[in-house]
Design a protein around this ligand. Sequence first.
Ligand SMILES: [Zn+2]
Ligand SMILES: [Zn+2]
Length: 238
Amino acid sequence: MIIKCSKCNKSLEESEFDKRKTSKSGYSPWCKDCRRAYSRKYSSERRKNDPGYLVKLKLSKAKHLRSEKGRQKRREYRQLEKVKEQEKEYGRQYYYANKEKRLKTASDWFKKHPDKRKIYNRSFYDKVKNDPLYRLSQRLRRLIKIACRKKGLIKRKSTFKLLGFTPMDVFNALKQYLDKPCIICGVVIIDILSSSSHLDHIIPISVAKTMEDIIRLNQLSNLRLICRTCNIKKSDNY
Ligand SMILES: [Zn+2]
Ligand SMILES: [Zn+2]
């Protein structure tokens, strides 16, 4: 059905008109564009002249947000890829901008819940101690985090998303060094679960200047396991 808008006089499809039960045709006499333009103008004028109007708008917005319809709308909106990415970015910015506050909140929480802290620490250290995969990925994560901090870079993705491989890939690539003598000193036996073995960057990660450098230097071909002593010596000499 084609309807003529009584405001702009354009003949348009019925989908361009809001439904209105009380009118004869079943549709609003003005097209959607005209109605929108009018309410925008009306609203901006009222905002200027009627201070109570702002309060009213605020209340009706809050009511809408609480309603089931509003909630559903928001859920849908937050599912959009673009919005998800944006929210993540805000989160990151907040994370770095409020470092002190974050640390204080966390330490306050742990002070209030000493038992939970114990459980948390124990489970973390148990995992690091007993799970070779987790231990390796945790070390890689830590080394990258430190490198980023030193260069003032912000890591915007999770470590393994950034690097493009999995903890299992790291393990497979480093398997060859396990239970053999350190390839530098030939003395210490490399044991993945011992603190005497270190994850080493053949070209040191300290030469990285950009995020791309960090990614490049953390590819599997630049990683190896050597003993702690050799690793410490090496970083002193480089
Ligand atoms: Zn119109
Ligand atoms: Zn060694």
